[in-house]
Design a protein. Sequence first.
Length: 430
Amino acid sequence: MTEALLGFAAIFIMALLRMPLAFAMGIVGVVGMGLTRSWPAAFASTAQVVQETGFAYTLSVIPLFILMGNFVARAGLAHELFAAAYAFIGHLRGGLAHATVLACAGFGAICGSSIATAATMSKVAYPSMKKLGYSDSLSTGVMAAGGTLGIMIPPSTIMVIYGIVTETNIGKLFAAGVIPGLITAACLMLCIVIMTKRDPEHAPAGERTSWPDRWKALRGIWGVLVLVVIVLGGIYGGVFTATEGAGIGASGAFLFALARKRLTWSILFQVLVESARTTAMLFTLLIAATIFANFVNFTSLPNDLKEWITHLGLSPVMIIAAMMLIYVILGTVMEELTMVLLTIPLFFPIVTSLGFDPVWFGVLIVMIVQIGLISPPVGMNLFVLNALLPNVGLGAIFRGCWPFVVAMIGVLILLVAFPQISLWLPSLMN
């Protein structure tokens, strides 16, 4: 147990010294394995992890979904989604903010990336909100929080990584995220209603759109509906696997972008390079986390931790609640994906030993990542918006996100208290 705790301490020290956490986890994993077993065993284990991760067929779903999201973004579907949502609810107070949440939900259903969703909406929604007189705090808070829907509403890169690391069915994880994703979107919109009612100057009402123009706006999102029905419908219906669905989705998004004449050789090159960079980053994290997890599993920490928790006499739900509290606190100071990969080797065996469904726990993990993405001071979506909107101060972005952080914590409590919210749809796939 001492070796594992020293390993965690070493990782945090390296992180404070500004070393990338992927390298820190990899180094500690190799050195820890070498000192506790032998150096030949450490190098052999590391080589095996790199080879198996690089050639794993199931992992090919990650670059394919990333590629699909990048093609969709280039095709301009985000603009159509926002325009369609605004056409129906833009005349309400806070209508642009509500439309942004709905557009984020729709874009998340074909993108799978929180950062990409928030970045795209900053270009699509912010100019309209600024023109109408929305406050910067509300505008950026809505875009940051709405962007997180991209990882709960399937397809989700985080769910894929969780499913691979814990050997949980990815199709069931996708199904489990649908209802929580819709509930989260509804809670974000309820939060907007409360904020605009308390301070009407936050978000003036827009102009009402005629019904002919509304139907015209709806016709612009047929591509989104087709991709969602084919990809997710095929996976849920058992027509093809998640990997095959990702391949079909990426091909469909490419053809759609091509048909809309949004692709040139230069843009195609940019899409491929961006997808390759994101994939390389995720694979580096996965490899490093697996190396470190192997080291932790060779120590007595997982078993010692399970025995210690058992002797505490807490109910299983209280143990899960304590885990969620730890995650919320860690999410304010750590990068979210790294946090999850770092702690899964510790928490997942405890969750399964308590008899909880790994699919349900996966949804909780994604919800935690959503909260972390908009929690100051290190929420990734906040810094993405700060970089893309240089005229908006970081203080205004921080102020705008707090009400939505509270709303998401409320959703997390709801998901912990009522597991069937997450498990009902997956149960239909048996």
